[in-house]
Design a protein around this ligand. Structure first.
Ligand SMILES: Nc1nc2c(ncn2[C@@H]2O[C@H](COP(=O)(O)OP(=O)(O)OP(=O)(O)O)[C@@H](O)[C@H]2O)c(=O)[nH]1
Ligand SMILES: [Mg+2]
Length: 246
């Protein structure tokens, strides 16, 4: 895949124990597949010094950009800032989303990019709910929450994809350029909204299988406040769709 270029956006909040491994694996696997790679770490002033750890890896890999934000501003807002930088400053064809905690194996990135090219798609979601996908360690609570969230997302958007809440994706940069992101939420529900936006604008979104790994170290940042925001948006959008309110 020589000549291809990707920017991988990784939002971080207290991921100092994980970010090094993810950076190493990302560069090794992507460069190993002959794809040029930038990584944009969007850190929200993590108290554990995540940004400084990422800074240290810059010496070795060079193509790391760290966006240091003053405080925890949300996952969606981190992606908006990361995408804006990639679209404005880096001449890349593809933009990937990936978590910093090891749940999204970076070794899979070349496969996802290749899938996007082969399917001639504008976005590929690495999905737990298509044949070949799943969970490395299944917990009833976690899968129930994920399946419930996906059900709500489908009701709200009418989009028939199976894993709209998966945060492991690759977009064609040209498609991202053509949709409006400013009005989208700053929290986790951003993930569903951006897919909805792509589909509404006629872009092609497909799913490829992937196995979700347990987080390596540290704690989840998914709070009850995020659940509530997600739920509220889904209900509001479902009602609007059913009653055709714009
Ligand atoms: N910059 C930034 N990053 C965030 C924020 N919230 C979460 N993240 C990062 O976004 C990614 C996803 O968050 P996680 O806490 O792993 O969410 P999750 O995968 O649903 O939960 P676990 O599976 O329990 O890890 C991780 O890399 C987090 O560090 C935020 O407000 N700002
Ligand atoms: Mg996680």
């Amino acid at each position: 895949m020589k000549g291809r270029k990707v920017a991988v956006v990784i939002p971080t909040y207290n991921e100092a124990e994980n970010i090094g491994t993810v950076l190493k694996l990302t560069f090794t696997s992507v460069l190993g597949s002959n794809i040029d790679c930038w990584v944009i770490v969007v850190d929200d002033n993590s108290p554990d010094g995540t940004a400084d750890v990422a800074e240290f890896f810059k010496e070795k890999y060079e193509k790391i950009i760290i966006i240091r934000r003053p405080q925890k501003l949300g996952l969606g807002s981190a992606y908006k800032d990361g995408f804006a930088l990639a679209l404005e400053k880096l001449d890349v064809e593809y933009i990937a989303e990936m978590d910093a905690d090891g749940s999204h194996p970076p070794e899979k990135l070349p496969f996802i990019i290749n899938f996007l090219i082969e399917k001639n798609a504008d976005c590929v979601i690495a999905s737990r709910y298509v044949k070949g996908g799943g969970w490395k360690r299944e917990s009833i609570n976690r899968t129930a929450v994920s399946k419930g969230a996906n059900l709500l997302a489908r009701l709200a958007t009418g989009v028939k994809l199976k894993d709209m809440t998966s945060g492991y994706r690759v977009y064609r940069a040209d498609a991202l350029k053509r949709i409006k992101l400013d009005h989208l939420d700053s929290g986790y529900v951003f993930q569903v909204q951006i897919i909805h936006e792509l589909v509404k604008n006629g872009f092609r979104v497909v799913e490829c299988p992937f196995v979700f790994m347990p987080r390596r170290q540290g704690k989840s940042k998914l709070s009850i406040v995020e659940f509530w925001r997600f739920f509220k948006w889904c209900i509001k959008t479902t009602v609007a769709r059913w009653f055709r309110i714009e």
